[in-house]
Design a binder for this molecule. Sequence first.
Ligand code: GLC
Length: 431
Amino acid sequence: MTTDSARSTEFASWFSEARLGLFLHWGLYALPARHEWVASFERIDGETYARYTDYFDPDLYDPVAWARAAKDAGMKYVVITTKHHEGFCLWDSALTDYTARNTPYGRDLIAPFVEAVRAAGLKVGFYHSLLDWHHPDFPIDGHHPERDAPDVAERNAGRDIARYREYLHGQVRELLTNYGRIDYFFYDFSYADDPHSSIEGGKGPDDWGSSDLLALTRELQPGILVNDRLGIPGDFVTPEQYQPSGPMTVDGSEVLWEACQTLNGSWGYFRDNANIKSPDLLVRMLVDGVSKNGNLLLNVGPTARGTFDPVATASLAAIGEWMRLHSRSIYGAGAAAFAPPPDARYTQRGDRLYLHLFAWPFEHVHLPGLAGRVAYAQLLGDASEIGMREIDPSTPAQNTGMGGQPEGTLTLTLPVRRPDVAVPVIELFLR
Ligand code: GLC
């Protein structure tokens, strides 16, 4: 019997080493192309929404190209939605007709995905929605697209969550039995009653049968990592669309964590959304997370043709360009034992300390606490030496350039011209 923390150490080393993964939200919602919650936001009734299956035909779907894009971006794992809240299944489920097989495309999308990701040497992850707005036994609640129907009470009368629970467990069994080794599982999500809705119906561990589902998940895939959204503790926690202020803890102990982030605020493909994060910002977010011992799971919402749109493609390429020169400060790195100067983040791996400069100062950067600790310093991007010196704190400031630094401070001399990379990194070899 392994304890949860022993389990995490045993199976999680690839996860902490990896630091960067690709999240993929793909489903019927790629057709309306205005958010994966479009059915709920626009109160689209089930029958109307299901008509998108008549038009779902991702003729350009090429999971080998997706896996290559992820790999070239420096990502080490890829997580795909097997089913989102809409209920549509990307794999050949024997338990429903609401699958990719029953669309003009007519085939399972998950098997070739798993094969391509594996072949690229990346870890395979599944996202699976606990909510299901298509299943006839899933009670209409405050998130459900049909929540404003006049006869909700009558519609709910015949719905039996126990039957839905069986379906949920049965589908998870399919996913974890039929596709070989799966490394990672993202359940989504548990929730309280919606305060803005008159309909009761938060859902959580009792509804999902979470303990049994977690046990089933681990029984079928002993080495799998499972997230925390079953409403009971899993192997890692999942801050969504925000950067935590420091390493994350549960009951005072540090836990594995992974921030999931979007390119533009929406997870599903959203054609007209221009709320786009720049590549520089994305790289800063990655660095910020690693400096706090966290991972970044960055999302792309593929189009209904099966492609990554130009912004997604360019964003991944730009991250890859930065990673090619700087991944040494990311893979297997984590929080450092030193406090960084302003507008900077440290990551550390063994005796290498990495200073990421979010702003480029004029000529000098002062590193408190590092005097006497650094044997050598270089710009990581081109391995060019960076000068360093310790300034006597008793030196009077006037005309000496740099008196007034507190004792123990190491001062680096930077080139005036900022290296043309998303985030410049100085590699410090600690003594
Ligand atoms: C959420 C949303 C969702 C998205 C997910 C990713 O809870 O409901 O649409 O799939 O989080 O973390």
